[in-house]
Write a protein of this length. Structure first.
Length: 339
């Protein structure tokens, strides 16, 4: 089984995923990426000069923004210690608005000093740098503050905005992007940052973006049908790989669900790039046990995939929908007695 899964992973890793790239299907970003690579390691002492160097040889705004975004995502490291320190302080002062304001002002100064000196920052620094470089290139770009969800987020404690990202205007249309989560991941064992660029957060599909981003101003969801914040908190958890492969859950809309024993549980995914359904597995965890299951999978119309699995034992299960061994999303399934 494991050998089979690794074979599937090899196949799907060759698929190039670029979220919402259909709007720019005639644009080749190789030149923009090449320019960003040419200035790898450049410091931040002269932002106007950096913006000029990254963009002056590119003709379109989307290419210019791509060079800026790619440079930031591949040169600025995440500051995990800073993130933890900020989270702890904000939790400590959550009932004292004066102390909260004082801390935010003090920490903001620390963030920008560390960004300039060490090229290391938290989400605020990434969003600030993207906006300023884009504005210097005469591209309209905004910082969006709100809530972010990932596997390390305790949703029960998600009472205050904890994340920032960007919206950029290209060809009179707004797009969403998150350079913080594009750039890589923090190794929770070593507390070190590991660069691992994920292009899925560049001009991301708004429906996918709304699975783990909720702005303070919900107009920045860029969706006609906007979810409520309560729905956002209860939604299935999506992972880094959902962006990498542009596939994400749409049904059930809640992470926790109940099914009856010996009856099918049904999951619906939206698939923007037509992955090979042979790559889909379920990883089902119960207590300390874990097993990989090949479910019944059916491709439907409208870029959707139906996954069916019958639970034959009572209990509460963590159900990860995977491409090979790479998790896309997680549900918590309670299997109850038949009525």
């Amino acid at each position: 089984m494991i050998k089979w899964i690794f074979l599937v992973l090899t196949l799907i890793s060759q698929v190039k995923i670029e979220a919402q790239i259909s709007d720019f299907k005639n644009i080749n970003f190789k030149n923009a990426d090449k320019i960003a690579f040419a200035y790898k390691g450049n410091d931040l002492s002269n932002l106007p000069g950096l913006a000029h160097n990254l963009t002056h040889n590119l003709s379109s705004d989307v290419e210019k923004f791509r060079a800026i975004y790619f440079w930031v995502s591949t040169n600025i490291a995440g500051d995990y210690d800073g993130f933890r320190k900020n989270s702890a302080k904000r939790t400590k002062h959550q009932n004292d608005s004066l102390e909260q304001h004082k801390w935010n002002k003090s920490f903001s100064n620390q963030v920008f000093k560390k960004l300039a000196k060490e090229k290391k920052t938290i989400c605020t620094g990434y969003a600030y740098l993207i906006k300023n470089l884009a504005n210097l290139a005469n591209i309209n770009c905004e910082i969006i503050d709100g809530f972010g969800r990932n596997e390390s987020t305790e949703t029960s404690k998600l009472k205050f905005p904890n994340h920032s990202w960007n919206a950029v205007q290209l060809n009179n249309k707004w797009y969403l992007c998150d350079a913080t989560w594009s750039s890589g991941v923090c190794n929770l064992n070593t507390h070190t940052f590991e660069f691992n660029y994920n292009n899925g957060y560049f001009l991301a599909d708004p429906e996918l973006f709304a699975k783990d981003h909720f702005p303070n101003d919900n107009s920045w969801l860029l969706l006609n049908e906007k979810p409520q914040f309560s729905e956002f908190l209860k939604a299935p958890l999506v992972y880094y790989n959902a962006y990498k492969y542009a596939v994400f859950p749409i049904e059930p809309s809640m992470m926790r669900l109940e099914v009856e024993k010996n009856k099918e549980a049904i999951f619906i995914l939206k698939d923007l790039k037509e992955i090979d359904v042979i790559s889909i597995f379920l990883q089902i965890n119960y207590g300390t046990s874990s097993k990989f299951i090949k479910p019944t999978v059916e491709r439907l119309k409208n870029d959707t995939i139906k996954i069916k699995y019958t639970f034959t034992s009572l209990g509460c299960y963590d159900v990860h929908i995977n491409l090979g061994i790479q998790p896309i999303c997680t549900y918590i399934v309670k299997v109850k007695k038949q009525t």
